[in-house]
Design a protein around this ligand. Structure first.
Ligand code: NCD
Length: 307
């Protein structure tokens, strides 16, 4: 039997996605109970392997595992033997030998979670690898949208910001377009990847004209840690052309939703006043993160899902 993994949203089957959304809805109910814990993964150990900084992803995976009664061991690169020259492979194998039942992996280099899934015979979940993918964030975004707009097919998703450096953008593009949504990217040309012509998306630099045709607006920050700052004349210029202020938010149709995976840079991609609006679902995304990650851990570790 092949060990299940979640490395990418590309090619996820509709059945898997439907079941995951249903499980996430169940776990949302669990999380609303006075004691928000179920015994589903009692006796299993989930290893968190974060080689790159994280606030919400790491904490929400940890909470998700604990709410399922799994044990959690946390590995952080700066305090580990990686600083003594230990390889990624030896690090992963060490955790497997100690009896970890799943690895949750974040790394600044694309492909590390996939490599680990070949090195150890355990379920591996990609918690963000370089510019490549962040599948659980996209599933959270899909779950959050589907609580407000049940029919994803035909939905108009507009993603604005640093597409080139964003794994969140890539995972959302594969997921939403695979489910029949119409995806439009809005970015300066220097922050669009060279391969964008072969992606299932439209692109435009004209934000104001696409906003009235948008059901879900997803904002991304400029990833300066990946050198994006050098591709822009200035942050101020980016904010003027692509930032969402009150005027631009008013161009959206009634009922449109605004998403942001966090961390937000207020006054750049989103103004503080817009960030306070009711249709900005950042808090819901974070809350849903725990339920969706519970669903992912449950399906991979206990669900017998070998797809
Ligand atoms: C994102 C990430 O790390 O990919 N954050 C997250 O996980 N919610 C996006 C970002 O860092 O801008």
């Amino acid at each position: 039997m092949t060990v299940p993994t979640l490395l990418s949203t590309s090619g996820l089957k509709q059945d898997f996605v439907d079941r995951l959304l249903a499980e996430a809805a169940n776990f949302t109910e669990v999380l609303s109970r006075p004691i928000p814990v179920v015994p589903a993964l009692r006796g299993t150990t989930v290893a968190m392997m974060f080689f790159e900084n994280s606030t919400r992803t790491r904490i929400s995976f940890e909470l998700a595992a604990r709410r399922l009664s799994a044990e959690v061991v946390s590995f952080t690169a700066p305090t580990s033997s990686v600083t003594k020259g230990e390889s990624l492979r030896d690090t992963a194998e060490t955790l497997a030998h100690m009896g970890a039942n799943a690895l949750v992996v974040r790394h600044a280099a694309a492909g590390v979670p996939e490599a680990m899934s070949r090195w150890v015979n355990l379920p591996v979940i990609n918690a963000g690898d370089g510019r490549h993918e962040h599948p659980t964030q996209a599933l959270i975004d899909l779950f959050t949208v589907s609580r407000h707009i049940p029919k994803v097919s035909g939905l108009r998703l507009t993603i604005v910001g640093d597409i080139e450096n964003s794994r969140v953008a890539r995972s959302n593009i594969w997921l939403f377009s695979g489910l029949g949504a119409q995806v439009t990217l809005v970015a300066p040309g220097t922050l669009l990847p060279a391969a964008v012509d072969s992606w299932p998306v439209r692109t435009t630099g004209d934000l104001d004209s696409i906003l009235p045709e948008t059901d879900v607006l997803m904002l991304l920050r400029i990833q300066r840690e990946r050198g994006a700052g050098a591709r822009l004349p200035s942050m101020r210029e980016f904010q003027m052309r692509f930032g969402i202020d009150e005027r631009r938010a008013a161009l959206l149709p009634d009922g449109a939703l605004i998403l942001h995976p966090g961390p937000m840079n207020r006054d750049i991609e989103i103004s503080p006043a817009v960030a306070r609006r009711d249709n900005v679902l950042v808090g819901e995304q974070v809350a849903n993160g725990v339920a969706v990650r519970m669903a992912v851990l449950y399906m991979l570790l206990a669900g017998g899902d070998d797809d």
